[in-house]
Design a protein around this ligand. Structure first.
Ligand code: FAD
Length: 451
């Protein structure tokens, strides 16, 4: 029988900790820190829990998301979004993401179902009382004693009360799907069409009868291209990873084509692709990912974000020089996020309690260096530093071992692999057709045995 309850702590040091963000990462971090007896305050600039999973039809004032003065919207969800992971494998390890009645019971449910799962999680573990809603962290900096942290926050709306408080540690859980990265396109400044980032895509209605170019091949690019194709005149997907001859019709669609990447945009409204094709387009939607962004954090140069690599970070959580009082939960991508942030949080909580030991600063830096060398040998650019496509379960299992927990369940690992293959084989239908019912059965058996 699996048990995820933390081991008893002889005499837990009671630390006062600030958690930035009440998304999935901040919620589970708060739970684990509380379980270890720490005092936790969660700062959340939104009015509710859930972060990414709080869908809003509202969009930012700059649809491309590059104007620093724009209003910021946290969530990048579109209305039609269903999860791209099966729910059994997606949920927290000790809080299964199973239908709880009245919601969307599908294996790949709508975003509303994920939000209600996170709301239930927050309620069940009494996390709401720890959260200061509508409160934005504006600045986090080291106290002069070099040990604690000053957190400056502002209540949003109303009086806008500002606070300056001192904490023993800060856990950064602010998410990394809000600050858009956009593609550079030669000639774009003179191109007369409209540009936007997928961060600000919600529904296909604004694209009725338009010619739309989608840049990218991520899960969002795939979903949004299909969503838009329902109403647009033409959809052209510009992608680095298309194989075979291009341009080519997307199977089962009369109005959608694959292309190579864009070569240039012209003043007359045309866009030329490297495959030699040319289209006149009304809109370009950049589905080109996001940047790590910590506008509130002042580390005096100890930590940098260089080509989207947050550095240096031991095991993607601790800056060695500031460990363990400053930590980051949820940076890795190409992962199953909920179990990963849960394990990172358990590890962090155990370290802050002194129950789990961190290596010396020197050893941590050595480990970071070795990791960078590993990436270099693979020929990966810095911006892939937190890409876990080839190591997520190894990492999860390492964290579990540090915490004295069993490795991630075999069915979960297998389900992730099988679901990823199914997505490639059935890009249009993978959410409703699959061949891994035997794994679903194993998952539910496992859930029944959870204590
Ligand atoms: P977030 O959910 O972004 O939460 C961060 C929180 O921090 C927010 O509530 C925000 O308001 C708050 N915050 C930020 N800055 C401040 C500040 N200065 N002061 C106070 N509060 C602040 N994952 C899956 O498991 N399955 C999926 O199918 C899936 N699909 C996805 C689809 C899309 C389009 C996107 C963008 C992501 C998807 N993900 C999916 C990944 C998803 O982001 C993670 O599941 C998870 O929600 C990340 O949680 P987080 O807490 O790290 O970040």
């Amino acid at each position: 029988m699996a048990s995820f309850a933390p081991r008893p702590i002889p005499s837990p040091p009671h630390l006062r900790l600030a958690v930035v963000g009440a998304g999935a990462a901040g919620l589970v971090a708060a739970r684990e820190l509380c379980r270890e007896g720490h005092g936790v305050v969660v700062f959340e600039r939104g009015a509710s829990v859930g972060g990414t999973w709080v869908y809003t039809p509202a969009v930012e004032s700059d649809p491309l998301g590059v104007d620093p003065a724009r209003n910021i919207i946290q969530s990048s969800l579109y209305k039609s979004l269903r999860t791209n992971l099966p729910r059994e494998c997606m949920g927290f390890l000790d809080y299964p993401f199973v239908p709880r009645g009245g919601g969307d019971a599908r294996r790949f449910p709508s975003h509303e179902e994920v939000l209600s799962y996170l709301e239930n999680f927050a309620e069940e573990f009494r996390l709401i009382e720890l959260i200061r809603f509508r409160t934005e962290v504006e600045r986090v900096e080291r106290e002069v004693d070099g040990k604690s942290w000053i957190v400056k926050s502002r209540e949003m709306g109303g009086g806008g009360e500002k606070k300056r408080e001192v904490y023993d540690g800060v856990v950064v859980c602010n998410g990394h799907y809000t600050e858009p990265r956009i593609a550079e396109i030669s000639g774009i400044d003179a191109w007369p069409g409209k540009q936007m980032h997928s961060h600000n895509y919600r529904v296909p209605e604004p694209f009725v009868n338009q010619a739309v170019i989608i840049i990218g091949s991520s899960a969002s690019a795939v979903d949004i291209s299909r969503d838009v194709a329902r109403l647009a005149k033409e959809v052209h997907i510009a992608s680095r990873s298309v194989t075979g001859t291009v341009p080519a019709k997307v199977p089962s669609y009369e109005n959608m084509w694959f292309h190579s990447t864009i070569e240039r945009a012209e003043r007359d409204g045309s866009v030329v692709f490297h495959d030699g094709s040319l289209v006149y387009a009304d809109v370009i939607i950049h589905c080109t990912g996001y940047k790590y962004y910590f506008p509130f954090l002042e580390t005096n140069g100890v930590l940098t974000v260089d080509d989207n690599r947050v550095s240096p970070l031991y095991k993607h959580v601790f800056p060695p020089q500031l460990a363990p009082s400053l930590s980051f939960i949820g940076l890795p991508w190409k992962v199953v996020p909920f179990p990963l942030v849960e394990l990172q949080s358990k590890w962090l909580a155990g370290i802050l309690s002194g129950r789990i030991e961190l290596p010396s600063e020197e050893e941590m830096l050595k480990d970071v260096k070795a990791d960078y060398q590993r990436l270099e040998r693979k020929g990966w650019p810095k911006r892939y530093a937190h890409n876990f496509s080839d190591c997520q379960f190894e990492y999860d299992d390492w964290l579990a071992e540090q915490c004295g927990l069993p490795p991630v369940e075999d069915w979960r690992k297998e389900m992730y692999v099988v679901a990823s293959k199914n997505k490639v084989a059935r890009p249009e239908r993978y959410r409703d057709e699959w061949d891994d019912d035997h794994l679903v059965e194993q998952a539910y058996k496992y859930f029944e045995n959870l204590v």
